[in-house]
Each structure stands twice: as structure tokens, then as C-alpha cells.
Ligand binder design. Structure first.
Ligand code: ADE
Length: 373
């Protein structure tokens, strides 16, 4: 019970049932890369009850086959995934090729999440965002949104490739000035071609989507917590989006994926995602499910700022830690409903035991979602 993470991983078994024949796996383009690992797209024949079907998958591997520490970290992540079991809101294991591990090759096959990581997605779709929160932090219902006559949508500047621009640069605050209902509703949506089907799909991102992702991530984290797995690096960059708006927690088990090293600060402990870390993790190196809850609060802030870097204008240094200890916290983002702001505050209590739990966060969001529908 008191073993540290490395020791816990050491005693976890590798279950041969996950072994997947290497010759049935074809590797493709790179999806992402970090300091130690990389992820490529792949095609697997007959993986995980798929009979003889070809399935698109993501394959995690180490970057350098001579980096033993990186290999051990990936073995650790594999073992954690086997122990964890499946949940809709985590990136699930599909199989592993371990036969060539002596030569430094280990391939961990996981679900492919077509829309990539949440942070990149938020930034990319900022211009498509439909805000449903008024200036008082109240979430408007669909009916209220209709009554507003789309005026809130006009804040988005549409500059789509190949489309005549129906909306001139409206100054964002001048609601009503543009005349309600004068535009085709279609003109507000962004179109994107689905790379697999070549169908032009309507892509929008609304407050409701942000809430749904926040909820799903809490669900995935509640599952991790119930299986006694710490994440250790929960952030929008480590959440992936799959079909039908499904959000999946990825890269758990402290195996940090350093896609963008700017988010990680060099410390005596190696690279640390300081702006996502709980105060006690920064000061005493203590990680727990309750420190994951702190990070979840920062993730909510990322969601409702559409992918901004936390603590804008501040450096991730000891002064930030000092200010956090003294009670300084980020404000509720304008796009966040008030109750989401309250959840953030509940994630950022100095005393880990006073913070909300993931199941409480689940309940809070789902009760609000019910009251709106
Ligand atoms: N990038 C990193 N992991 C991925 C995954 N599982 N699916 C899609 N893109 C990814």
C-alpha cells in the first residue's frame, strides 16, 4: 500500500493475452512526439476482438531504442493500462508487441483518437466558438439563445477558405447592430472535410461542448481514481478527442508526454508541468488523486479560455508558488458558467482533503446539465 509508483509498477504482471503479432501491425505517419516517446498512426489486422478487420490505431513507442529509462517508463505505462481496464473516457489499450523488447523495441497499441489533443483542438476552433454564457455567468438555454437572434455568434470573425465572407468584421460588443436574423444560419458554422470520409462536416464548438468534455474528463478521472491510478500530468494536451465528441484521458501513470516542452520546467525532479501542479506537489513532491483534482481545475480553466496558457503573463517559478500559497488563484474565465467557476475554486483548495473529489465533480456537472435541458 505504501509502495512508491516505481515499486508498484514493478510488481504488476504483464499479461500475455495482450500480446499482438508484430506482422499484423503496419506503422504509419507520426501523430506526436515528446522527449522520450513518439506516437504513430497504424493499421492493425484483427486487434482486440476485431476478427480479421483492419483497424486504425495509435502506436506508442520510445524515441530511442537505447534509452532504457524511456523504455522502462513505457513498460510501466503498459502495465498500468492493463491493470486499469477499459473505460469510455480513457484512451484504452488494444495490444502490445513486446517480443523485440530485448532490442529496445516495444510497441503499445492504443485507440486512435481522430481529432487529436484537446489543447490543439480548442485553439484551432476558437473562431468557430459559440458562447452560451451571458455576462453574469449564466448559461443560456437553446430557446434563450434563439431569442438572442444569433447576436452573440457575431463575435466570431469568419474567414473561411473558399467561402465568400458573409459577415464583415463585426465589432464584438455591438450586439444588435448587425440586425437579427439577417443571415443564413449556415454562415455561422465552419466546415471541415473529414479526412476519412471526405464529407464536409459542420464543425462548431459551443459552451455545451466544453461542459460535456469537462464532464467526461471528470468521469475518466473518477475511473482512474477508483482503480487507484494517479495521472500526474492531467492537462488539455493530454486529453484526446475521438468520434462523437468523446473525450479520453491519455498518458496516465506519470509517463509524461512532452509534446511542447515550454509547459515543463526544469527542476531537481526533471521537467515538471509547474502551472498544472498542486501546491503540495511543488513544495513537497506529494502526488495524489487530490493533486490530480487540482490539475483538473487548471484543465477546466484551459477549456473555458479555449486553450490559453494558465497564469497568463506569469512565469512558472517559485514566486508563482509563493502566491498560490498565499491564496492567489486564477479568475473564472468569461466563457465559464458560474458553477464551473465554483468547481475550479473547489479544485484549488490549499488543503488537498478540502478539495472536491472527482465523483463530486461528476455529480455537480451532471446535476447542472439536467437542469438546463
Ligand atoms: N496523438 C497521441 N496519441 C494519439 C492517439 N491515441 N490518437 C490520435 N492522436 C494521438
Amino acid at each position: 500500500d505504501r509502495l512508491n509508483l516505481d515499486e508498484q509498477i514493478e510488481i504488476l504482471p504483464y499479461d500475455k493475452r495482450w500480446e499482438f503479432p508484430r506482422h499484423r501491425l503496419k506503422l504509419g505517419v507520426q501523430l506526436g512526439a515528446g522527449c522520450f516517446g513518439r506516437v504513430v498512426k497504424g493499421e492493425a489486422v484483427g486487434v482486440k476482438d476485431a476478427e480479421e478487420m483492419v483497424k486504425t490505431v495509435a502506436v506508442k513507442m520510445v524515441r530511442s531504442q537505447t534509452n532504457v529509462a524511456a523504455l522502462e517508463a513505457l513498460v510501466g505505462e503498459l502495465k498500468i493500462m492493463i491493470h486499469l481496464g477499459a473505460h469510455l473516457n480513457v484512451v484504452n489499450l488494444l495490444g502490445a508487441c513486446t517480443k523485440s523488447i530485448i532490442k529496445g523495441e516495444l510497441l503499445v497499441i492504443v485507440e486512435y483518437c481522430r481529432y487529436g489533443n484537446l489543447q490543439t483542438y480548442l485553439i484551432k476552433h476558437r473562431k468557430d466558438f459559440v458562447n452560451q454564457v451571458d455576462e453574469f455567468g449564466n448559461l443560456l438555454s437553446d430557446a434563450e439563445m434563439q431569442q438572442m437572434g444569433n447576436t452573440m455568434n457575431n463575435r466570431r470573425e469568419l474567414e473561411h477558405q473558399g467561402e465568400e465572407s458573409q459577415v464583415e468584421n463585426n465589432s464584438s460588443e455591438s450586439a444588435g447592430e448587425t440586425g437579427e436574423g439577417s443571415k443564413e444560419p449556415e454562415s455561422f458554422w465552419a466546415y471541415q472535410q473529414d479526412p476519412d470520409t471526405n464529407v464536409n462536416a459542420i464543425i462548431t464548438m459551443s459552451t455545451t461542448d466544453l461542459i460535456s468534455w469537462g464532464f467526461q474528463i471528470a468521469r475518466g478521472m473518477d475511473y482512474l481514481a477508483s482503480r487507484k491510478v494517479l495521472h500526474g500530468d492531467l492537462a488539455a494536451r493530454n486529453v484526446l478527442l475521438a468520434d462523437d465528441g468523446v473525450a479520453k484521458v491519455a498518458d496516465f501513470g506519470m509517463s509524461r508526454n512532452m509534446y511542447y516542452e515550454g509547459n515543463y520546467q526544469k527542476t531537481s525532479q526533471g521537467l515538471m508541468p509547474v502551472k498544472w501542479m498542486a501546491v503540495e506537489s511543488l513544495t513537497d513532491r506529494v502526488f495524489s488523486t487530490q493533486s490530480d483534482v487540482w490539475s483538473y481545475g487548471v484543465l477546466l480553466w484551459e477549456l473555458f479560455t479555449l486553450g490559453k496558457v494558465p497564469y497568463p503573463g506569469m512565469e512558472a517559478n517559485y514566486q508563482l508558488i509563493r502566491q498560490l500559497e498565499n491564496g492567489y488563484r486564477m479568475e473564472k474565465p468569461d466563457f465559464a458558467p458560474n458553477y464551473i467557476g465554483e468547481i475550479m475554486s473547489g479544485c484549488w483548495k490549499l488543503d488537498p482533503n478540502e478539495r472536491f473529489t472527482f465523483s463530486q465533480i461528476d455529480e455537480k456537472i451532471s446535476s447542472q446539465m439536467e437542469s438546463v435541458v
